[in-house]
Design a protein around this ligand. Structure first.
Ligand code: SF4
Length: 438
């Protein structure tokens, strides 16, 4: 049987697309392999949010393409870099066979077939968004896992000035509720207990669907599926998070006590330049309402440091927002100019790299302290942990997550996998907790 090796860079959306490709290629007879040297087909699913993944792609292809000199091998680049660069990638890498964007994932088998006889580029967006084909096949690699991703939406209609996603994933299309529910039920039937609904801006879910079901309605419907024990979602836009979604944290007990709510900056001036369409006060009000609905809610966020024109005062506003919101984790990065994004026009106000690095270091160091403080305060508490499996590092230790998405390691055995175990926290590190089953 032919073997496919899929290398995934980037976000959960890419993880999910890679799973769909494994499923679709599986129907065509391909078996997934973890060993690139064993593969007949290699697909690199790329990300273009920051510059690093582009460098990673070049270095990965630099290792894989020479294999083609020794034996037959089909090599494809998929995902956001493929969408942005299209046929330029074929010129840059003369032995590359296939380039296709995120909208073509459902056609992966026919594209791979076509690439056996000619070099292929497919970066067309699906033009009829009303009939956008969300693949329903399940990732064979997800079997036996406790958690799974389910896409509810593709693309984004926002135009945040730093973001490349609207160009790489196209306009926003929501997946019909019945399709989402069917996939959730199929995953639960396979033993999945924790579902994460994914989309670029889940809070605008359904605005173009018939009957306009909102995201809150979707949360209620998925929450009601028997067997769903933990419900999570990614990613939210603070502007679009309405009171009905906030109320879900009061009304839906299996909705996880963790919310990733990207803020990007604590300065209203920077938020305006980013075209985020909310203010610091609106964001903090939302945080207060969420905590009123679910007092133990764990908040995490995304922050961009050194956006063009960011002054010392703007950065201090981000630091003070970190104190007020008490994020228990954040993805913080220095601003990375992306091709074709509106923020490129602001580059004459670019912040000097040394200033950006110093600010980022200060933000991350304070973030780490807050995490340590939050985790120290959990020592002695008993938290329910859904066990995911053995620890990758310690023999005789298992790991799992709390509802608040805290990773907890504790002595245990594989028989605990998929079980809720009450764990007394004995030690807090910056990113994980240590404990013992009680
Ligand atoms: S909402 Fe998110 S995906 Fe959409 S443009 Fe803004 S940052 Fe990008």
């Amino acid at each position: 049987m032919p073997r496919v090796y899929i290398k995934t860079f980037g976000c959960q959306m890419n993880e999910y697309d890679s799973g769909k490709m494994r499923a679709l290629l599986g129907q065509g007879g391909y078996v997934a392999t973890e060993d690139v040297d064993d593969a007949d087909l290699v697909i690199v699913n790329t990300c273009s949010i920051r510059e690093k993944p582009e460098q990673k792609l070049a270095s990965f292809l630099g290792r894989v393409l020479p294999i083609k000199r020794r034996r037959p091998l089909t090599v494809a680049v998929a995902g956001c870099i493929a969408q942005m660069s299209g046929s330029k990638l074929l010129k840059q890498f003369p032995t590359l066979d296939l380039v296709f964007g995120p909208d073509s994932v459902g056609r992966v088998q026919s594209l791979v077939d076509a690439a056996q006889t000619r070099r292929v580029v497919d970066t067309e967006f699906h033009s009829d968004t009303a009939s956008y084909p969300f693949p329903s096949d399940l990732d064979p690699d997800a079997s036996g896992r406790i958690g799974a991703l389910v896409t509810i939406q593709k693309g984004c209609d926002n135009k945040c000035t730093f973001c490349i996603v609207p160009s790489t994933r196209g306009v926003e299309v929501s997946r019909p509720i019945d399709e989402v529910l069917a996939e959730v039920r199929a995953l639960v039937a396979r033993g999945v207990r924790e579902l994460t609904l994914i989309g670029q801006n889940v809070n605008s879910y359904g605005v173009k669907l018939e009957g306009h079901p909102g995201f809150a309605e979707l949360l209620h419907r998925v929450h009601a599926v028997e067997g769903v024990e933990v419900l999570r979602y990614l990613t939210s836009h603070p502007r679009d998070m309405g009171p009905d979604v906030v109320a879900c944290y009061r009304d839906l007990p299996r909705l996880a006590s963790h919310l990733h709510l990207p803020v990007q900056s604590g300065s209203d001036r920077v938020l305006r330049r980013m075209k985020r369409f909310y203010t610091r006060e609106v964001y903090l009000d939302l945080v207060r309402n969420l905590k009123a609905a679910r007092p133990d809610l764990v908040l995490t966020t995304d922050v961009i440091v050194g956006f063009p024109g960011e002054t010392d005062e703007d950065f201090e506003a981000t630091m003070s927002l970190l104190e007020e919101a008490r994020f228990e984790g954040s993805f913080s990065f220095s601003y990375s100019p992306r091709p074709g994004t509106p923020a490129l026009r602001l580059l004459e106000d670019a912040v000097p790299p040394a200033v950006v690095s110093a600010r980022l270091e200060r933000f991350q160091s304070r973030q780490r302290e807050i995490q340590l403080e939050a985790h120290a305060s959990l020592v002695g508490h008993v938290l329910p942990v859904l066990v995911e499996g053995p620890s990758a590092h310690d023999e005789g230790v298992v790991c799992g997550r709390t509802s608040g998405f805290k990773m907890v390691n504790f002595p245990g055995s594989h028989t605990m996998m998929g079980e809720w175990v009450p764990v007394r926290i004995t030690r807090g590190f910056a990113n994980t907790l240590r404990g013992e089953a009680v």
